[in-house]
Write a protein that binds this ligand. Structure first.
Ligand SMILES: [Zn+2]
Length: 364
């Protein structure tokens, strides 16, 4: 008996050591998991709100997210740009960041939500476990400072919404998808104030569109290279004013883009595929709604992690440049059609400037 005591002590010390290592590495992982991108607002930002200002139930939850308001001296219409609905489609968050940090609005308002599904951004990519996909990446700005951006996942973190049902049926129509899609913000519109976590986030964005009387709403996405979706500017044909819908505005915008040698193709949003922003924002509110898709090499999984690559056919700067010009062209087409609610956004680089200088040059 006395001989066994030292072994007992030894075992206890070993166990305590193992527990301590597990706790410390767990804490490091949690800290990494929570490290979020920071935004450095430029002179155009007049106010910073949160989604919970529009739907209070989100307050204190990871569904809450910052909302940046850029406002001109002259009154005009209100526009909304949303990034990070699907955080790994990184062009969305980068375009939103460049708007927050560079745009100056001289007339009307531009509201920017850079990280629409904040919970999905906090989720370390499951594919990363096998391929080494990091939780985030760093871009170095022109002052030599590192800026960190999350990659996240396409759906809300299971910490916030679990378990998944066998099927998820959208709120707005008879479309049932695999259960995991219940955590997809872009299947959860028009939202539900009494629904799931993700449906509540969708509800918060709908409330913002209604309460701020948003005239033009734009959701930024990406698709795989070769996907039919890549290069589309999808627009809602239902919401009309003076007989004009978002689809006509999208057609005008893509013609304007052609003159800048930027190619995007207008597309009518499907009536059968429900729960998507461009569909439900337009069907359930007063807004003209748009969604664009650019080519993200990462989605094609041709290489390990390629979304940032500079040598691919569609480097980040190309996608960001194209979407910035598309956002501005959509706002311009609305302003030309409805001059009583004109919105003038200045300070954003031209496509060729972004191709020359790169994305990092425009980060604060
Ligand atoms: Zn998407």
């Amino acid at each position: 008996m006395p001989k066994q005591e030292p072994r007992g002590w030894l075992r206890e010390i070993c166990l305590m050591g193992i527990v301590a290592v597990m706790v410390i590495s767990g804490a490091i992982l949690v800290k990494q998991g929570r490290k979020m991108d920071l935004f450095k607002p430029g002179p155009g930002v007049k106010q910073i709100k949160h989604l919970s200002d529009y739907y209070g139930e989100l307050k204190g939850s990871s569904g809450d997210t910052p909302v940046f308001i850029l406002e001109g001296e002259q009154p005009g219409g209100t526009t909304l740009v949303v990034g990070g609905t699907h955080p790994p489609e990184i062009t969305g968050i980068i375009v939103a960041t460049l708007l927050i940090e560079n745009a100056v609005v001289s007339k009307g308002r531009l509201i920017v939500i850079p990280r629409a599904n904040n919970s999905a951004a906090s989720f370390i990519p499951s594919r990363g476990r096998f391929t080494g996909t990091p939780a985030g990446y760093t871009l170095t700005n022109k002052h030599g400072e590192d800026r960190y951006f999350r990659i996240g996942e396409r759906v809300s973190n299971p910490v916030d919404q679990w378990p998944d049902p066998e099927y998820y049926c959208t709120n707005s129509g008879p479309l049932c998808l695999e259960g995991r899609e219940g955590r997809n913000l872009n299947r959860s519109y028009p939202g539900n104030s009494k629904g799931t976590f993700t449906e509540k986030v969708a509800w918060g964005i709908m409330e913002l569109i209604r309460k701020e009387n948003v005239a033009v709403s734009y959701d930024i996405h990406e698709a795989g290279i070769g996907s039919r979706l890549a290069g589309l500017l999808v627009a809602n044909p239902v919401q009309k004013e003076n007989g004009i819908s978002a689809l006509e505005l999208a057609t005008m915008a893509t013609m304007e883009l052609e003159m800048q040698e930027v190619t995007m193709r207008p597309e009518r949003s499907s009536e059968a595929f429900r729960g998507l922003s461009h569909r439900e924002w337009g069907d359930y509110t007063q807004t003209f709604s748009f969604l664009s898709e650019t080519e993200n090499p990462e989605w094609s999984r041709t290489r390990l992690y390629d979304a940032l690559s500079l040598d691919s056919e569609f480097p980040l700067k190309e996608r960001v440049g194209r979407v910035i010009r598309t956002v501005v062209a959509v706002i311009d087409s609305f302003s030309m059609t409805f001059p009583d609610r004109e919105v003038i956004v200045e300070g954003m680089p031209e496509y060729e400037e972004i191709m020359t200088n790169g994305v990092s040059y425009y980060l604060n």
